[in-house]
Design a protein around this ligand. Structure first.
Ligand code: YNC
Ligand code: MG
Length: 395
């Protein structure tokens, strides 16, 4: 019955939204307490310095053992150190928003929650909402169901409010009051036989293994002429293309150019190529960038399998095309996404995932993505808005 969520500025599940805007009364950072909520006496708050290798490794270990699993507990997300450096350190990131809980006696990290800055734009009303995105909420399995999650959520809220930010975006597999949009995960097998070995894909009754493998086979070479990996020099053109393309969707993140650069080029301080985010552009004969796509790599740990311990997974991220709205758009998107699938083979990807958001319904069927059992609910904290239909940001 949502004992905690009932007390928070979110719409209730029954509520019919009649107007858009903040839910709470207006406050200022001075109205917010200067100190954290108390924890049970065995525990203490600990701000995590992810630029310190030892502390980054503690976050890695906590999530490696305790983060999100699939429904049957066969797979668990396997974030890497490099992934955290990308996902937790975009421009404007704050160390104070990487919040941990430790056991006082042993200093062991047992819980974590994070916020990063993310301005949101509702293209329905034109409203821009200075916000954060909340992610990586995790509690050690032995400390579950003790109402620690609400304490972590209130503490991250306090730290964000202290910076004069009052809204947040977050996503979860679970249903809470109240989703503003729902997307479904879809999966495109790349290495069907491995997916079958680990129990991710099943052999349909009237099919053979060889038949399945043949159905999903992809060429070795991409087919869009002018397709290549992104380079730093493409940033201005890709950003312009992206900003235009984003007007198609109802809820988007409003990026500044250097923020967008971080998300699609990987933000490595030494300028080296990212192993996490892969971005490709299409350059025509006149040197104009006409399309781009990107995907990130986030493997699963395969739990309890004698043959395999990891599954390579790509997630479709941002893309844009100057064909959007034209007659050839569907065909164009299909070739781009097929090329994305082909390029992903180089990075040991076994399955390519995408959500039912963005313009993905244009290619999901033709590019052989199949519906999964996972859903992703999108939420806004302290902001009421009319439901959003599919046209949302993938993050
Ligand atoms: C969840 N995922 O309903 P009620 S996603 C939010 N997001 O409250 P306890 C959640 N709330 O129903 P446990 C939630 N899961 O009584 C549960 N809840 O009102 C609510 N899993 O707390 C739940 N990571 O401590 C209930 O539950 C209350 O021990 C119960 O801990 C939950 O990162 C959890 O799936 C998820 O580690 C930490 O199960 C634990 O079960 C776990 O007794 C595996 O909590 C990992 C996992 C979640 C990934 C994510 C987004 C989180 C968003 C949090 C909300 C942010 C709001 C905005 C704040 C900033 C505002 C500003 C400005
Ligand atoms: Mg708990």
């Amino acid at each position: 019955d949502y004992k905690f969520w009932k007390t928070q500025p979110v719409p209730s599940l029954e509520e019919k939204i009649v107007s858009e805007g903040p839910i709470d009364t207006t406050k200022t950072p001075d109205d917010i307490p200067n100190t954290p909520l108390p924890l049970l006496k065995e525990f203490e708050w600990s701000t995590i310095d992810i630029e310190n290798k030892v502390e980054l490794d503690e976050v890695y270990q906590l999530l490696y053992e305790h983060y999100v699993e699939d429904q049957d507990g066969t797979f668990r997300f396997k974030y890497t150190h490099e992934f955290f450096n990308w996902a937790l350190k975009p421009p404007g990131w704050r160390k104070n928003w990487h919040v941990g809980v430790r056991v006082k006696d042993t200093n062991k990290l047992v819980a974590f929650i994070s916020a990063i800055p993310a301005d949101l734009k509702l293209n329905t009303s034109g409203n821009v909402i200075p916000s954060v995105e909340i992610n990586f909420l995790v509690i050690h399995k032995k400390l579950r169901n003790k109402r620690l999650a609400p304490v972590l959520i209130k503490e991250i809220t306090r730290r964000v409010n202290k910076e004069d930010i009052w809204q947040a975006l977050y996503t979860a597999g679970v249903v809470l009051p109240s989703p503003l949009a729902v997307s479904r995960y879809t999966h495109r097998p790349i290495n069907w036989s491995k997916l079958h070995d680990v129990g991710f894909s099943h052999l349909p009754a009237n099919q053979t293994k060889a038949g399945m493998i043949a159905y999903y086979v992809l060429p070795n070479e991409t087919k869009t002429s002018g397709l290549r990996e992104i380079e730093q020099k493409d940033l201005d053109q890709v950003f312009d293309l992206f900003i235009k393309f984003q007007t198609r969707f109802e809820l988007v993140q409003q990026f500044k150019k250097h923020e967008f650069e971080h998300w699609i080029l990987g933000g490595k301080s030494d300028g080296s190529k990212s192993n996490v985010i892969k971005t490709y552009v299409v350059e025509n004969k006149d040197g104009k960038i006409t399309d781009f796509f990107s995907y990130y790599l986030l493997p699963f740990t395969v739990l309890n399998n004698a043959q395999h311990n990891e599954l390579g997974i790509a997630y479709l991220f941002y893309y844009a095309s100057d064909s959007a709205g034209k007659d050839n758009y569907k065909e164009r998107l299909n070739s781009l996404i097929t090329d994305a699938l082909i390029t992903s083979k180089k990075f040991n990807v076994d399955v390519f995932n995408c959500l039912t958001s963005q313009d993905n319904s244009y290619f999901i069927k033709d590019a052989k993505f199949g519906s999964g059992d996972g859903f992703l609910n999108y939420y806004l904290f302290n902001y009421k808005t009319f439901p959003v239909h599919g046209g949302i940001d993938p993050k």
